[in-house]
Ligand binder design. Structure first.
Ligand code: C5P
Length: 224
């Protein structure tokens, strides 16, 4: 593990995304490909980023009927991403179908399946700890590898799910960065890590910074 920072490549084109991967590649190990970039660029962007030596979190937040999710998980596994996610609210059957799809495809290809994370409640929405913890327990009971939650809930999730369960926290606001108006459940990088996050996810604080490398270094300093 290089460090605990994931950078969200929320860009409209491959050129901007690959530029950031190149610029930060020695500092950051995992990059997040979300709906915008994936919809514009398609699966090729995954291999292009991987060629630069980075790991991929494919953040498409799957939510559908179990059969569809099983097939989508097979596809994500085929792309050889390291992590992908789905909405826990899709329920136990959907979660199990995702794991089945990933395991089947991984076995067929002779490699390990990606780690699968469950989205609890989006950090752009208000929530309470018990709702997020309940969803995290559903995720754990049905075999997911971890959850995505805000840093506000991370310590309670850690207490209830144990040491080996992954907690990824978006909704991270460094004190020096502009506060993102669409995010509601925000904490600082340091708080999220202190509360038990394995990884913090940052997008605009880095990608919209005048100097993304300097912003990254500042965040890494804060969490190290
Ligand atoms: O720019 P900012 O740091 O707010 O970006 C956060 C990233 O994390 C975005 O790409 C967003 O899609 C993602 N995310 C989130 N809340 C979740 C899951 C993912 O904000 N629950």
């Amino acid at each position: 593990m290089k460090n605990r920072l994931i950078v969200a490549l929320d860009f409209a084109n491959r050129k901007d995304a690959l530029k950031i991967v190149e610029e930060l590649g020695d500092l950051v190990e995992i990059f997040k490909v979300g709906m915008q970039l994936f919809t514009f660029c398609g699966p090729k962007i995954i291999s292009e980023i991987k060629e630069k030596g980075a790991k991929i979190f494919l953040d498409l937040k799957f939510l559908d009927i179990p059969n569809t999710i099983e097939k989508a998980s097979e596809a994500a596994t085929f792309l050889d991403v390291d992590f992908f996610d789905l909405h826990i609210s899709g329920g136990a059957e959907m979660i199990k179908a995702a794991i089945t799809g990933a395991e089947k495809k991984a076995m067929f290809l002779g490699r390990n399946r990606p780690k699968i994370l469950g989205v609890t409640v989006l950090t752009s929405q208000n929530s309470n700890i018990s709702q997020v913890v309940d969803l995290s327990l559903i995720a754990k009971d049905n075999g997911l590898d971890g959850v995505i939650a805000s840093g506000l809930e991370a310590s309670e999730i850690r207490k209830r799910t144990g040491e080996n369960f992954l907690i990824f926290c978006p909704g991270i606001s460094p004190v020096w960065a502009k506060k993102q108006k669409d995010q509601k459940r925000l904490v600082s990088p340091k708080e999220a890590i202190e509360n038990g996050a394995n990884y913090i996810i940052l997008g605009r604080a880095i990608t919209s910074a005048k100097n993304p490398r300097e912003a990254t270094e500042r965040i890494l300093e804060e969490i190290e």
